[in-house]
Write a protein that binds this ligand. Structure first.
Ligand code: ATP
Ligand code: MG
Length: 459
């Protein structure tokens, strides 16, 4: 499929365009200064330019600088091929299959250098290729002109180019004005652009939350019909996009925007369902989890997707485990089974790397153990390698009710109390250990025996 065809209708943004008038915004009419561009990015831009290539800063960085923000990374677009770029920079590696790119590495900073991409027609050197399956672009390596490169980007505000040769900004799609109006507008026909790549719907939601931009009505309208296409999007990409939504400092805003957009159910169906059924206490938990993550990001602390995904899926895990237990399934077994099921179900939509999946399941399976104050068990749980994450999770669950909040307070105390003081306290408590946990311990001992009688499970 080509990126461009005749306009289908008379919407404001007839599309998809193959050519557009370029607007050049000279240096004195915009606020981007070289002082705000990282020295690594400047070096790449200058070196390319001195070697006779076109060299532009592009994408999110230009957009962010125009609104006075601090870009998180700097991307460069050029007419040099990845091989040309590698010849120019010793600190360069070529990456990617779907999009072949050059990475120029300066210590911790990586400058991504992409060759202008075209729409698949008239590729002179035949060096590139584009593969489209069911209207979706699965590989895109057709080199093109600056203009073609601009028109295949997603939003007008992401298609602005800062030219290192004269410090002007080039605008082929009306993005400069859209930045001033703070609106996200797709380049071309929204339906076609979403069909090509459904993840663009999530990008619209994420960027609107991050930038405080509105989504143009014609860019929002197709969500209702096309949202389900996200179910077929590659789970690995949805994982990356989820990280950008929830772990980049704007998690709570992104989540609310996602829910409001009606797309939550297409990406996190179990979360959407649990919010509908479990109502306010689960919502409070999710919002507290996201707010806590945002606060950690703001303080420069580390955050893990495992914890947040554990939060997002907890409503489903808890409801299903309770159902299994009510049906007579032994508690530990129920938690284990359900943790695994919920993980696998979610992973059909959003890939969850194994190392995170493991941590999530541990966090869930440790939750019921907080209710058990038998001395030996308390000390064993305190020493568990996943105690910290599970305890933080328990504190968040305080939103579920006073009894859980009380448990959270008790375990806070348990960690602070000196070992012997806690041991004494627990010896007293041991006298009235909850009946249920005694029963569980008996059962567990029996199950450990080789060839335990089947009747034991039925007790
Ligand atoms: P952020 O600041 O969050 O990184 P960004 O716009 O820079 O936002 P990136 O994922 O870094 O997002 O993408 C860089 C640029 O690549 C975008 O600005 C856009 O021009 C283009 N782009 C990214 N994803 C797509 C897509 N799915 N379809 C078309 N163009 C895209
Ligand atoms: Mg970016």
């Amino acid at each position: 499929m080509r990126a461009g065809s005749a306009p289908q209708d008379d919407t404001m943004n007839p599309s998809p365009p193959t050519s557009a008038a370029v607007r050049i915004i000279p240096r004195e009419q915009h606020n981007i200064s070289r002082k705000q561009i990282s020295s690594a990015a400047l070096r790449v831009l200058y070196r390319l330019n001195e070697a006779g290539y076109a060299a532009y800063l592009v994408g999110g960085a230009v957009r962010d600088l125009l609104i006075g923000g601090q870009p998180k990374d700097f991307d460069v677009a050029t007419d040099a091929t990845p091989e040309d770029v590698r010849r120019l920079f010793r600190n360069c590696r070529l990456i990617g299959r779907r999009f072949r790119l050059a990475h120029v590495v300066f210590g911790p900073e990586i400058i991504e250098v992409a060759t202008f991409r075209g729409n698949g027609e008239g590729s002179e050197d035949g060096a590139g290729d584009r593969h489209v399956v069911d209207g979706r672009i699965v590989r895109d390596n057709v080199w093109g002109t600056l203009e073609e490169d601009a028109l295949r980007r997603d939003f007008t505000v992401n298609a602005l180019y800062y030219n290192i040769a004269d410090f002007s900004v080039r605008d082929f799609a009306g993005g400069f004005e859209d930045v001033q109006r703070r609106v996200l507008r797709l380049i071309g026909d929204p339906v076609q652009r979403y069909r090509e790549d459904p993840v663009r719907m999530l990008r619209a939601v994420r960027l609107s939350a991050k930038l405080d931009f509105s989504i143009a009505p014609e860019a929002r309208a197709p969500f209702a019909d096309l949202g389900e296409l996200l179910a077929q999007a590659p789970p690995a990409r949805l994982f990356d996009e989820s990280l950008k939504m929830f772990l980049a400092g704007n998690g709570l805003k992104s989540f609310r925007a996602l829910e409001q957009s009606g797309l939550l159910g297409a990406v996190f169906p179990l979360t959407a369902r649990a919010l509908a059924f479990r109502g306010d206490s689960f919502r409070a938990l999710v919002e507290a989890g996201l707010a806590g993550t945002d606060a950690r990001v703001a303080e420069g602390k580390s955050v893990t997707p495992a914890f947040l995904f554990a939060v997002l899926l907890w409503g489903a895990v808890r409801a299903q485990a309770e159902r299994e237990i009510a049906r007579g399934v032994e508690a530990n077994l129920a938690w284990q089974r359900v943790s695994h099921q919920v993980m696998s179900e979610q992973a059909k939509h959003v890939a969850i790397p194994r190392r995170f999946g493991q941590v999530m399941q541990e966090i869930w399976m440790l939750q019921p153990r907080f209710a058990d104050r038998q001395k030996k068990r308390v000390f064993r749980l305190l020493a568990h390698p996943r105690f910290r994450g599970a305890f933080d999770f328990l504190l968040l669950r305080g939103a579920e009710g006073e009894d859980i909040a009380e448990l959270g307070r008790w375990w806070t105390h348990a960690q602070q109390a000196p070992h012997d003081v806690l041991a004494d306290e627990l010896s007293v408590v041991a006298a009235d250990v909850p009946v249920q946990s005694t029963a569980t311990s008996k059962r567990r001992r029996r199950r450990r025996r080789p060839k335990a009688p089947a009747a034991a499970a039925a007790e």
